[in-house]
Design a binder for this molecule. Sequence first.
Ligand code: ADP
Length: 201
Amino acid sequence: MRLVLLGPPGAGKGTQAKRLAERHHVPHLSTGDILRSEVKASSELGRQVDSKMRAGELIDDDTISSVVASRLAQPDAAHGFILDGYPRTIRQANALEGALGSQSLTAVVELMIDEGELFARVEARARVAGSAGARADDNSVTLRKRLVAFIKESQPLSAFYEGRGLLFKTDGSAPVEEIAATIDDHLRTCGGANHPRLPKL
Ligand code: ADP
């Protein structure tokens, strides 16, 4: 199963991606997590992206696309993956198609949240900023910036994937279990479940 999750920061992509990865036995590829571990390891890439991430800005398309392409080439991604945080721009979406070659995505799931709720989640996340384990970019200024970057750069991806006949939209403000079951149902209908005999959620 080759799945892309779309949605703004705070939509719950990570939560759903993790569950889906476990259920379908495919890796959860979060570009945010990959980049954060590079920053932590102080690698060349990490040093290159650190300030942009802290500022809540997107890193450049070619850099992130080559990181993802090499990750997708690893053996554990041969039978599928859940992409979380990539693609984020139309240019990245085109690069992903190039990296996948003749393989197509199974589905693109968009978690939709209304703006009021989103800002409330973002503020709640910002309030825990500074506590142990909090992300360096979780403060209200950068969160708002990430939201604006999403609106400008990533929202056009819905139409892009709609045009490919891949887009499935679901309500990201529903309870976690309900969202998981809705996505699960959709994956059954598009034949993406690696394990068709999995019990229904
Ligand atoms: P969010 O919670 O905002 O969705 P992520 O954990 O996905 O955050 O990403 C954190 C940061 O990593 C982003 O603000 C950006 O700087 C960088 N990043 C992650 N994925 C991408 C991408 N596909 N393109 C550009 N920058 C990215």
